[in-house]
Design a protein around this ligand. Structure first.
Ligand code: FAD
Length: 289
C-alpha cells in the first residue's frame, strides 16, 4: 500500500521543529530514520498530515562526552554510527552491543537512536539498554526543556513520556563501570528479539570476590523494559558462583510474566529469559576482571 498524502518539512533548528509540531490541524509527526514510521504510514496505521524530519538539525547528530564523563547522544544519531563509535564502544560497550542486535545493517544505517527509543517497541534493544545504563532523556517542548529518567520514560507499548508536540533531543548516559552483557534470542537473524536481557555487575570495593551492585533488565518480557529486583538482590553480595546464578535464574522463573503471541509462548519466553540471564551474568562477571 501507499501512504495517505502528507506534507514534508525538514527544519534546521529545534525551535523551528517545535513550531511545526504545534500545527494541530495537520496532525504533525516527527520522522527520523523512518524505519518504523514509514511502514506504519504505508499500512495506513498512521495518517499524519505533516512529517517533520529532524535528521537535518545540527547538534541532534552529535556524540560527545561532558566534563563529568557522561555520554551525550543526539536523538538523530544513526544506530550504525552509535554502534561503531569508538567512544561508545570503549565507555558504554553495552549500548554498542545492544545496538548491534537491531534488525539488519540497512535498518541500522537509517534508523536513529532517538527513533527507536521514542517508538518503544517492547522487544526493542535500545530501551532495555537505556534503562540498564540509567539513561536520562532530554525532551524539548513548547514549555522549554525537561529531563526524564529512564525509569519514567517508557510508559507502555509504543508509548513514552514524549508528547506529540515535543521532541527528544538527546540521551545522556552516566559513566559506566563494571562488567556487562547483552544477550537475546531471536527466531531468525535480524528479527526482533523473542526475549533479551541486559546485565551490569560491579565488584564490591575491598571484597574482590563479591558483586557490589547488579542491574538486570529484560526486553520482550512485558510492555516496558523490565528490571528484575529479585534477581538483582540474589546476585548482590554473592560471588557469582553456581548458587547465586541458580537463585537469579529462579527469580526470573518466579517473577517474569511475559505474554503469549505468535512468536513464542509465555512459558518459552520465561525459560529462555532465565537461561539468557545466567549466560549474561557469567559473561558480565568475567568482564569485571
Ligand atoms: C525489517 C526491520 C527490522 C527491525 N528490527 C528491529 C530490531 O530487531 N530491534 C529494534 O529495536 N528495532 C528494529 N526495527 C526498528 C528500527 O530500530 C527503527 O529504526 C526504530 O524503531 C525507529 O527509529 P527511526 O529512526 O527509524 O524512527 P522513525 O521510524 O522515523 O520514527 C519512529 C517513531 O519515533 C518518533 N520519533 C523519532 N524520532 C523522534 C524524536 N527525536 N523525538 C520525538 N519523536 C521521535 C516518530 O514520530 C515515530 O513515532 C526494525 C525495523 C525494520 C523495518
Amino acid at each position: 500500500m501507499k501512504p495517505a498524502p502528507f506534507d514534508y518539512s525538514a527544519p534546521r533548528t529545534v525551535p523551528e521543529a517545535l513550531a511545526l509540531l504545534a500545527d494541530e490541524e495537520r496532525d504533525p509527526k516527527v520522522v527520523a530514520g523512518g524505519q518504523s514510521l514509514i511502514p506504519m504510514l504505508n499500512m495506513r496505521l498512521a495518517r499524519p498530515g505533516l512529517l517533520v524530519d529532524v535528521t537535518r538539525i545540527p547538534g541532534l547528530d552529535r556524540i560527545t562526552v561532558d566534563a563529568g564523563g557522561a555520554l551525550h547522544i543526539g536523538a538523530a544519531v544513526r544506530q550504525a554510527r552509535a554502534a561503531a563509535d569508538p567512544v561508545v564502544r570503549s565507555g558504554w560497550p553495552l549500548l554498542a552491543a545492544a545496538t548491534g542486535h537491531i534488525g539488519h545493517p540497512q535498518i541500522r544505517a537509517r534508523g536513529t537512536v532517538g527513533g527507536s527509543l521514542v517508538h518503544h517497541d517492547p522487544a526493542a534493544e535500545l530501551p532495555t539498554a537505556a534503562l540498564a545504563l540509567d539513561a536520562r532523556f532530554v525532551i524539548a517542548g513548547p514549555a522549554g526543556e525537561r529531563t526524564v529518567a529512564a525509569a519514567d520514560f517508557f510508559v507502555a507499548t509504543f508509548q513514552t513520556a514524549v508528547a506529540p508536540d515535543e521532541l527528544l533531543t538527546e540521551v545522556v548516559l552516566p559513566p559506566c563501570a563494571g562488567g556487562w552483557a547483552f544477550e537475546e534470542h531471536a527466531r531468525r537473524h535480524g528479527d526482533f528479539a523473542t526475549v533479551g536481557v541486559a546485565v551490569r555487575l560491579e565488584r564490591a570495593a575491598g571484597a574482590a570476590g563479591a558483586i557490589g551492585a547488579a542491574r538486570v533488565v529484560f526486553c520482550g518480557a512485558g510492555s516496558v523494559p523490565l528490571r528484575l529486583p529479585a534477581a538483582e538482590a540474589a546476585l548482590t553480595g554473592s560471588d557469582a558462583g553456581p548458587a547465586a546464578l541458580d537463585a537469579a535464574r529462579a527469580a526470573a522463573l518466579a517473577h517474569l510474566e511475559p505474554s503469549d503471541d505468535v512468536h513464542a509462548t509465555a512459558a518459552h519466553r520465561r525459560e529462555t529469559a532465565a537461561h539468557l540471564l545466567v549466560r549474561a551474568c557469567t559473561t558480565a562477571w568475567e568482564r569485571t576482571r
